[in-house]
Design a protein around this ligand. Sequence first.
Ligand SMILES: Cc1ncc(CN)c(N)n1
Length: 223
Amino acid sequence: MNSFSEQLRAAGDEIWQQIHEHPFVVGMGDGTLEAERFAYYMVQDYLYLIEYCRLFALAATKSADLQTMGKFAELLHATLHVEMDLHRQYAAEFGLTPRDLETASIAPTAHAYSRHLLHTVQNGTIAEMITAILPCQWGYHEIAVRLKERGGLDNGSRYTAWVAMYASDEFKSLSDWLRGWLDDIAEDFTAAERRRLTELYLTGSRYEWMFWDMSYKMETWPV
Ligand SMILES: Cc1ncc(CN)c(N)n1
């Protein structure tokens, strides 16, 4: 029998196939993505990650034991000092300072997705919290590993650093921890809880697709 996290991934398979085939993701993999679309993504992802850090801080305060608190602190630290450092380096290539990133205005989809996550972590159970985070943490690793398998590290483009970071073992170990934790507590879930968590996972996965699409289209507020 598949683990609960594997069942979630299977339920979202159609969405994840569409993510792998999205022109933004494909373009990062073969190096053909236009720089201006990537620069837009970097800024929006930075704004998203600021809220993502806040979410880990919130999750730490809601943790029942020190080990869990420490793990969320580790996720916060890795996001703030490793993942966002990649963004700061890319931004510098585009002539943007960290202050430019922080003071940019957030686009509709990035706003909606980050607020969805914050709402879930603020109001949800531990299981809901982990399930909401899973598409972000696990999904990026899956994307990067696929791009790496298809030569995404060898095309000489500016996107190889992105692929290398998200395909790394360090990034994998944090998503493995989240998955393992969810699988450990899944035995006690009722059928209704499983359905609710599956919906939550699918919502996050849809937002992941929407984030790529937002970046490809360089979305702005309509009015
Ligand atoms: C939208 C999004 N989702 C996930 C990740 C990986 N932390 C990210 N940087 N941005």
